[in-house]
Design a protein around this ligand. Structure first.
Ligand SMILES: Nc1ncnc2c1ncn2[C@@H]1O[C@H](COP(=O)(O)OP(=O)(O)OP(=O)(O)O)[C@@H](O)[C@H]1O
Length: 370
C-alpha cells in the first residue's frame, strides 16, 4: 500500500484560513490519527485528500504521485463519514456494495466481498435492512463496511465512532486495529477522543490553529507533549498544571511545592529562574510516608472502575489530582504526603506554553531515547 504525503497544504474559505501549511506523511500501511478540537479543520483536510475540496496551496501525493489532477473516483481512496451518509433507499447490502457495483464487479464477486466485510463487522444479519431499520451502531458499521469493501489503498475515516454508544465504541476500539491491519490500507483516522487516538494510532497528528502542532507515536504525545494544550487533551483525569520557577543547587535542578523539593530532570537547567508550568500526570503522583513528601489535605475521593482519583490541596491551596489503581490503599482522609517521580514531571514555558525538553550534553541520554 502506498505512502500518503501532505505537503504545505493551505485551505481558505473567504477570509478564514482553515488549513495553514499542513505537512505530514502517513507511511504505507500505517494508521495516523488526526486529532484536534471541533472546527480544527480535520474534515476539510480529509475532503482535500479525497478530492471533494480544492486546496489553495500545497501538494498531496500517493505513492509519490501528485494527485491534484486525479478525479476523486480515481484516487483509490475509501471514506467513512461521522454522519454515516448511507443511501436511505438502499438496503445495507446495496450500500456496502455500491463502490463495487460502480466498478462493475460481477454479482458473485460483489456477494462475496460484501459478505466477507459484513461478517468481520458483525452486521451479516442486517444486510437486507434499509438504514432506517438499523441502530446507530449498525449504521456505523455499514458505513465502515462500505469504505472497507472496496479495499482502497487509502482509507479516510472521519470520526467513525462519534455516534455510537459507549459499549460499541469500546468494542470497536479493540477490534478496529486488527481490521485495519488486515486491510493493509494506509489510513487517516479522525477523532476527538484521546483514548481512541491512543488505542488506534501508529502515530497521532495533532491539528491546532490550522497547523500540525505535534506528530508522534501515542507514547510521544502522552509522555512528551509539545505544549500545555496537548498535555491537557491527552489524559483522564487531566494533567495537574502548577506555576513554578525551577531552581538549582548542588543537588541538581528542582522546584518547590509547599517548600518541599520536587526534583526535575538534570537536563532542564535552561529552565532555572524562568516562569514555568509544572505538569504532573495524576498517575505520576503517589502517597508517601517519607518526611520529604509534600504535605497535603485530602479533599475528596472518586472511585472509577479501574482507578481511584483523589483530590488533595497543598498548604498553599493548590489543588492536585492523584490517581492510583483501584483497590490499592491510600490514606483515608485528613493529612497525607505525596511524592513525584522526577522522570514523569513535565515542564512548560509559561509565556509560550511550549514544553521545555531536557537537554543532555556529552552524548548522554537523548530525549528520543528517554
Ligand atoms: N464549505 C465550507 N465553506 C465555508 N467554511 C467551511 C466549509 N467547510 C468547512 N468550513 C469551515 O472550516 C472550519 C473547519 O471545519 P471542519 O469541519 O474541517 O472541522 P473539524 O475539525 O472536522 O470539526 P469537527 O470535529 O467538529 O467535525 C470550520 O470553521 C468550518 O466552518
Amino acid at each position: 500500500m502506498p505512502e500518503l504525503r501532505i505537503e504545505n497544504l493551505t485551505k481558505r474559505f473567504k477570509n478564514e484560513t482553515v488549513l495553514d501549511g499542513v505537512s505530514f506523511t502517513v507511511a504505507e500501511g500505517e494508521t495516523t490519527i488526526l486529532f484536534g478540537p471541533s472546527g480544527a479543520g480535520k474534515t476539510v483536510l480529509l475532503r482535500c485528500i479525497a478530492g471533494a475540496v480544492d486546496p489553495e496551496e500545497g501538494r498531496i501525493t500517493i505513492g509519490g504521485n501528485d494527485i491534484s489532477d486525479v478525479p476523486p473516483e480515481h484516487r483509490g481512496i475509501g471514506m467513512a463519514f461521522q454522519n454515516f451518509a448511507l443511501f436511505p433507499h438502499m438496503t445495507a447490502f446495496d450500500n456496502i456494495a455500491s463502490p463495487l457495483t460502480a466498478r462493475r464487479w460481477s454479482r458473485e464477486k460483489i456477494q462475496e466481498g460484501v459478505e466477507q466485510v459484513a461478517k468481520l463487522l458483525k452486521i451479516g444479519h442486517v444486510l437486507s435492512h434499509p438504514p432506517r431499520a438499523l441502530s446507530n451502531g449498525q449504521k456505523q458499521r455499514t458505513a465502515l463496511a462500505r469504505a472497507l469493501a472496496a479495499s482502497p489503498e487509502i482509507l479516510l475515516l472521519d470520526d467513525p465512532l462519534r455516534n455510537v454508544d459507549a459499549k460499541l465504541r469500546f468494542e470497536m476500539r479493540l477490534e478496529l486495529p486488527r481490521l485495519l491491519a488486515d486491510q493493509g490500507a494506509t489510513v487517516i483516522y479522525v477523532t476527538q477522543d484521546y483514548k481512541e487516538a491512543m488505542a488506534l494510532g501508529d502515530r497521532i497528528a495533532v491539528l491546532s490553529g490550522g497547523r500540525i502542532a505535534q506528530i508522534g507515536t501515542p507514547e510521544d504525545i502522552y509522555r512528551r507533549p509539545a505544549s500545555v494544550e496537548i498535555a491537557r487533551h491527552f489524559g483522564d483525569p487531566t494533567i495537574n498544571l502548577l506555576d513554578v520557577v525551577p531552581e538549582k543547587d548542588g543537588g541538581g535542578v528542582f522546584t518547590r511545592l509547599s517548600d518541599q523539593r520536587v526534583p526535575l530532570d538534570s537536563g532542564l537547567e535552561a529552565a532555572v529562574g524562568r516562569d514555568c508550568v509544572l505538569g504532573l500526570r495524576p498517575e505520576a503522583l503517589r502517597f508517601s510516608d517519607s518526611p520529604d513528601g509534600i504535605p497535603v489535605e485530602i479533599e475528596a475521593e472518586t472511585p472509577f472502575n479501574e482507578k481511584t482519583v483523589t483530590l488533595v490541596v497543598t498548604a498553599r491551596k493548590r489543588e492536585i489530582l492523584i490517581s492510583r489503581p483501584a483497590g490499592t490503599a491510600a490514606p483515608g482522609s485528613g493529612t497525607a504526603r505525596i511524592e513525584v517521580d522526577a522522570t514523569d514531571a513535565l515542564l512548560f514555558d509559561r509565556a509560550t506554553q511550549e514544553r521545555i525538553a531536557p537537554q543532555h550534553r556529552g552524548g548522554g541520554k537523548s530525549e528520543a531515547a528517554a
